[in-house]
Design a protein around this ligand. Structure first.
Ligand code: AHG
Ligand code: MN
Ligand code: MN
Length: 332
């Protein structure tokens, strides 16, 4: 493969393919720069005193890690001054963050989970950053209401995964492309283009400790997988659960699989654990762009009309034939 940096890739998407405009190109560059800074912080770990709890809770009532706060600040600061954004929203902030008056405003809305899988931070396991880009409707104030658009309206989605290497996985609606951070050079280089997820898989990911809370459809599906060769599926299935959505989804992007964080009966006010706007939607766009499928068991995730910025949703995504099967169990 030619040595194509992220910058060059974006220029070609703009100039030759005309799938993005200069502002969106700039936005992705800035987000990727922020991800590099987060990667550096994570890489220093205990040496920089960034591990452990921040001593605060976020809007979801979850304990914030120092790196949740640091990553959020890095993304806010990087994206404030460029003139490409109307506002930003994050897992770590109750309300949208407005662009300070001293800077010009742009047409895009950026949403992010600044650090996904933060329970894994202190044990040195892969974590990531997930982001989603929407257009701010014309003439509309970029308040919470402006963000409440279904996932089909996303113009760009991606994640960075901070693992043995730092990767950026990106879609602007023109396939899924993977960039690897060249740490010496300080830039992302295209290492895989037009990634596709196989329609069939023998690998699944679910937090099985919640089995007693699952709905019958999910219970039936997982029981069948666990019955292996002797059961209804006539095949053995393997299980993996990293507990960082980025890492689990990246495995699926890399070699197929199905990921489930289903609705369960623990708390009827919470339809699932993951957040629609900055976890499920961007991942669903990437998965669909790679030929996979993403539903909440009942409908396509990207079609869900959000009613709240931080709303939760059940997530079933990955290899098409498996997602189709478990989704059909919900209606039967
Ligand atoms: P976050 O760290 O952003 O709050 O997200 C954690 C999420 C997701 O990354 C992962 O798939 C899931 O929580 C793991 O949940 P369990 O601890 O219930 O397995
Ligand atoms: Mn998360
Ligand atoms: Mn997070």
């Amino acid at each position: 493969m030619r040595n194509i940096t992220l910058s060059r890739f974006l220029i070609e998407e703009e100039r030759e393919k005309q799938v993005i405009c200069a502002d969106l190109r700039f936005l992705v560059e800035i987000v990727s720069r922020a991800c590099k800074a987060i990667s550096v912080s994570i890489g220093k770990g205990a040496l920089a005193g960034v591990l452990g709890s921040a001593g605060s809770d976020n809007v979801q009532g979850e304990v914030q890690k120092k790196l949740d706060v640091i990553s959020n600040d890095i993304l806010l600061e990087a994206n404030e001054w460029g003139g490409h954004l109307a506002a930003m929203a994050s897992e770590e902030m109750e309300h949208p963050h407005q662009i300070p008056h001293r800077y010009p405003k742009g047409e895009y809305l950026l949403l992010f989970d600044p650090l996904d899988g933060s329970s894994n931070i202190d044990i040195n396991v892969s974590v990531g950053t997930i982001f989603s880009v929407l257009r701010c409707p014309e003439g509309v104030e970029p308040n919470e209401q402006a963000f409440l658009q279904p996932g089909v309206k996303q113009v760009c989605a991606g994640y960075a995964v901070y693992g043995p290497t730092t990767l950026l996985v990106l879609t602007v609606g023109d396939g899924v492309h993977i960039f690897t951070l060249d740490r010496e050079m300080g830039h992302f280089v295209l290492t895989q283009s037009n990634v596709t997820i196989p329609a069939d898989t023998r690998e699944y990911a679910i937090n099985a400790s919640n089995a007693r809370h699952w709905e019958p459809a999910v219970k039936r599906y997982i029981d069948e997988l666990q019955a292996g060769k002797e059961g209804a599926r006539g095949a053995d299935f393997n299980m993996r659960w990293v507990a960082s959505m980025v890492a689990d989804v990246h495995r699926i992007i890399s070699r197929g699989g199905i990921f489930l964080y289903p609705r369960d009966k623990r708390d009827p006010s919470k339809p699932g654990k993951l957040r629609l706007m900055y976890e499920a939607n961007p991942m669903a766009m990437l998965i669909e762009q790679a030929g996979g499928m993403a539903t909440d068991g009942r409908q396509r995730i990207l079609d869900i009309q959000p009613t709240e910025l931080h709303q939760r949703v059940a997530v079933i995504l990955g290899s098409k034939n498996e997602v189709e099967r478990v989704t059909s169990y919900h209606s039967s």
